[in-house]
Write a protein that binds this ligand. Structure first.
Ligand code: KIV
Length: 275
């Protein structure tokens, strides 16, 4: 990558410096083409492990591997020029120890060229966040509803509904921010909880189902554009219905093929005019 291309891309310190400024616009991307479409409009692209459900049809993010994240991370990097691209560390690739997390994160950084990684966890992951940041790996935290802990939580449940739960989310956010995270994703929590955390944290909060009180929002692109029909969270505003359009287009295509009414190669030739 040239020095010019490097300076054009938003860096993780620039994302951190947006605390309290213009809201951060963030979306997920898993492919080169999606990254190309979104890049001019967003500050940050997340190669989320949600790809396990959205792309691979798993019913949770747990089966996602490091190899999948690296392949999709590299694909997104080929399509994004100016957005800050970060890649999720998948389940099982970082929880065991800071050293294990470093080996996984270093592979992600080296093999994709992305700007940082995201990992789920609060106070219990603070030591790991610090270990990575001190060794040159920018980390985005992720607290509140943590999809990789779905089995412990007993489902995809909102976090922070009781006073003690709200305190736990706040303590988790504080712990990862103090450990050096450049931003913290707050998932599935109520507006007053998100507002209080956003007011107290020195780094941006990026909400998903956590209200406009955060310093920015991230959503799964397929939810936003109507490309994923299994389940759409209630807080998602849908800006397009591309899945329905694809289905209608496929139906029209099938009609053309069955009726033999699609263009032939001859349609592509411009007839030569006689001299
Ligand atoms: O995996 C994911 O897509 C996420 C969300 C924050 C969108 O972690």
């Amino acid at each position: 990558m040239s020095a010019v291309a490097r300076t054009k891309r938003l860096s993780t310190p620039q994302i951190r410096d947006r605390k309290g400024q213009q809201p951060l616009v963030c979306l997920t991307a898993y492919t080169t083409q999606m990254a190309r479409w979104l890049d001019p409009h967003v500050d940050l692209l997340l190669v989320g492990d949600s790809l396990g459900m959205v792309v691979y049809g798993f019913d949770s993010t747990l089966p996602v591997t490091l190899e999948m994240m690296i392949a999709h991370g590299a694909a997104v990097m080929r399509g994004a020029e100016r957005a800050c691209v970060i890649v999720d560390l998948p389940f099982g690739s970082y929880q065991e120890s800071p050293e294990h997390a470093f080996r996984s994160a270093a592979r992600v950084m080296a093999e994709t060229g992305c700007s940082g990684v995201k990992l789920e966890g609060g106070a219990e992951m603070a030591e790991t966040v610090r270990f990575l940041v001190q060794r040159g790996i920018p980390v985005c935290g992720h607290v509140g509803l943590m999809p990789q802990s779905v089995n412990v939580a007993g489902g995809f449940k909102a976090a922070g509904r009781s006073e003690s739960e709200a305190q736990k989310v706040a303590q988790d956010a504080d712990a990862v921010a103090k450990a050096g995270a450049f931003a913290v994703v707050l998932e599935g929590t109520l507006e007053p909880v998100a507002a209080a955390i956003t007011a107290s944290l020195p780094v941006p909060t990026i909400g998903i189902g956590a209200s406009p009180a955060c310093d920015g929002q991230i959503l799964v692109s397929e939810d936003v554009f109507g490309l994923f029909s299994d389940f759409t969270p209630r807080f998602v505003k849908r800006y397009a219905n591309l899945g329905a359009e694809i289905s209608a287009a496929a139906e029209a295509y099938a009609r053309d093929v069955r009726a033999r009414t699609f263009p032939t190669l001859e349609h592509c030739f411009v007839p030569k005019t006689a001299k």
